[in-house]
Design a protein around this ligand. Structure first.
Ligand SMILES: Cc1cc2nc3c(=O)[nH]c(=O)nc-3n(C[C@H](O)[C@H](O)[C@H](O)COP(=O)(O)OP(=O)(O)OC[C@H]3O[C@@H](n4cnc5c(N)ncnc54)[C@H](O)[C@@H]3O)c2cc1C
Length: 413
C-alpha cells in the first residue's frame, strides 16, 4: 500500500472506539483475521533488558523465545541494507551524540519467489503465522465467529460460547482455551464470563506518543536513495524510543510510481515514551451498554502520571537534538506544529491489562499465561505483557505467546 491508500483503508475497516473511551481517544480496534498486524508499521525491536527486571520470565528465557519469534517472523536488518539514505542518516546520528542509533529490526521475507517455493507475502502479519502453522499441521479455523463467553465449571475451563454473524450461538467444548482478543477484548471476555481476579483489566499501559515531520535537502544525498528506517532505542537512562522513516514513510516508498523529483525529502519521526503500569489505569465493563452480541461494552479510566509527563518533556527536547543531529529541520505550518503530542490510544500499543506475574493480586495470569485460579484458560496477546517500556510491543507478545504455547503442549504430553 502506498501512503495515499493506507490511511483511508485502515480508518475504513477499523473501529474507532475513542468516542466511547474518551480518556483513550485515539484507540482503534480491528475485527478481522490477522488483527492489527494487517496494518502495523513492522518495527520489531526487543525490549530493553532493564525493562524485564521483576518480570516472571528470566532474561535468558526471553532471549530463547525472542530468537524463535524473530525466526518465525523473518525479523532482520535486511530491509534497508545497501540504502545510502539509511547509511547517511545513521552516520550523522552516531557521530552527533546518538551512538546507539541502529536499523529498525523489520519482519520482512526478503527471499525472492522461485519455482516450488513461494515467498509472496513480504511483510509479516498474524496471517503469515497461521500459514506457517498450517505447513506443520492442519487445523480448523472458524471465521466470522465472535467469542462471547468463556465457560468454566468448578475452576476448570469447559469451553467457549461463540456467535455467528446472524447471532446464532455455538458452544465449543474445550479443556484448553487461549484468548487472544487484544488488550481490551481479553479482559472484557474474562470479566463478562464472571472470572474473578483483582488485576484483570487493570494496569492499562500504552506509550506516550510524539509525532514530527522533518525535511532534509535533496542535494545532501546521492541520486539513488533507498528506504530509511532508523531507531534510537530505549536504554536504562533513556526511557523513550525514537524512530524515523523516510522518504515519505519508508513502507510506502513509492518506487514503482512516477514521482517528480523533490527538492526536499520528508522524514516521519515518532517517539514512544515509557508509561508507568498503574493499577488505577484500567478497562472495565460498562454497566449500561451492550454490543449487538449482548456483551457489555468496555469503559476505560486512564491518565498520565507526573513521571509519565516528565518523560514526555524529556522526549520532546531529545527530538529537537535528534533533528539537528540529522541535519534536518522541522516541517511546520499553521496547522502542523513541529512536535505533536498524540492523544492516548493513537500509538495502538495498549497492553498489560492481563499481565503475567506470580502474585494474583497484581497480575491476571501466572508466569505461563494461565489465568490465576482457572485451569486450562490462557491469554496470549498484548494484554499479558508485564510492562512495555518504550519498545513497540508486538515482537515481545509473539515471543511470550510462543512460550505460552510451549507450556500448554508440554502439559498435554
Ligand atoms: C497502524 C498501526 C501501526 C502499528 N505499528 C506497530 C509497529 O510498528 N510495531 C509494533 O510492535 N506494533 C505496532 N502496532 C501494534 C500492533 O498491531 C499490535 O501490537 C498487535 O497487533 C497486537 O496484537 P493483539 O493480538 O494484542 O491484538 P490485535 O492485533 O488487535 O488482534 C486481536 C484479534 O482478535 C480478534 N478478536 C477480538 N475480539 C474477538 C472476539 N470476541 N471473538 C473473536 N475474535 C476476536 C480480532 O478480530 C483480531 O483478529 C501497530 C498498530 C497499528 C494499527
Amino acid at each position: 500500500m502506498n501512503n495515499a491508500r493506507f490511511g483511508p483503508y485502515f480508518r475504513g475497516v477499523s473501529k474507532w472506539i475513542g468516542k466511547s473511551l474518551p480518556e483513550f481517544p485515539g484507540a482503534r480496534e480491528l475485527f478481522a483475521l490477522g488483527g492489527r498486524t494487517l496494518f502495523w508499521g513492522m518495527s520489531a525491536p526487543r525490549m530493553d533488558v532493564s525493562e524485564m527486571t521483576g518480570w516472571p520470565v528470566t532474561e535468558k528465557e526471553m532471549d530463547f523465545y525472542y530468537k524463535i519469534a524473530e525466526q518465525v517472523m523473518d525479523v532482520s536488518n535486511g530491509y534497508t541494507k545497501g540504502s545510502s539514505f539509511q547509511e547517511n542518516i545513521l552516520n550523522r546520528l552516531r557521530y552527533n551524540g546518538f551512538p546507539e542509533a541502529a536499523d529498525v529490526p523489520t519482519p520482512a521475507d526478503l527471499v525472492p519467489t522461485n519455482y516450488g517455493q513461494i515467498h509472496s507475502d513480504v511483510f509479516w502479519s498474524s496471517i503469515s503465522a497461521l500459514a506457517y502453522g498450517l505447513n506443520r499441521k492442519s487445523f480448523d479455523l472458524a471465521v466470522n465467529a465472535r467469542a462471547v463467553e468463556v465457560l468454566v465449571e468448578k475452576g476448570k475451563t469447559a469451553g467457549i460460547k461463540v456467535m455467528s454473524l446472524d447471532k446464532k450461538p455455538y458452544f465449543l467444548k474445550a479443556k484448553t482455551v487461549v484468548l487472544s482478543g487484544n488488550t481490551f477484548e481479553t479482559p472484557r471476555l474474562l470479566l463478562h464470563s464472571g472470572i474473578q481476579g483483582r488485576a484483570i483489566g487493570h494496569y492499562l499501559t500504552n506509550h506516550s506518543f510524539l509525532l514530527s515531520t522533518v525535511k532534509v535537502s535533496r542535494k545532501q544525498f546521492p541520486e539513488v536513495l533507498g528506504p530509511m528506517s532508523v531507531m534510537i532505542p530505549q536504554t536504562q537512562s533513556r526511557p523513550y524510543q525514537i524512530q524515523m522513516g523516510g522518504p515519505e514513510g519508508y513502507l510506502w516508498y513509492q518506487r514503482y510510481e512516477q514521482e517528480p523529483l523533490q527538492d526536499e525529502l520528508s522524514i516521519g519521526i515518532s517517539a514512544f515514551g515509557k508509561v508507568e503500569s498503574r493499577f488505577e489505569n484500567q478497562v472495565y465493563l460498562d454497566p449500561y451498554k451492550r454490543d449487538e452480541y449482548g456483551v457489555p461494552e468496555i469503559q476505560v479510566q486512564f491518565s498520565y502520571s507526573e513521571k509519565d509527563k516528565a518523560i514526555i518533556n524529556q522526549m520532546a527536547s531529545a527530538l529537537t537534538q535528534v533533528v539537528s543531529a540529522m541535519g534536518a529541520s522541522f516541517h511546520t505550518t499553521d496547522s502542523h506544529p513541529p512536535i505533536c503530542l498524540m492523544p492516548p490510544g493513537s500509538d495502538y500499543h495498549e497492553s498489560v491489562t492481563c499481565r503475567m506475574g506470580d502474585d494474583p493480586s497484581t497480575s491476571a495470569t501466572n508466569r505461563y499465561g494461565q489465568i490465576h485460579g482457572v485451569s486450562g484458560l490462557y491469554a496470549a496477546d498484548n494484554s499479558i505483557l508485564p510492562s512495555i517500556g518504550a519498545a513497540n510491543p508486538t515482537l515481545t507478545t509473539v515471543a511470550l505467546s510462543v512460550r505460552v504455547a510451549d507450556y500448554i503442549s508440554n502439559q498435554l504430553k
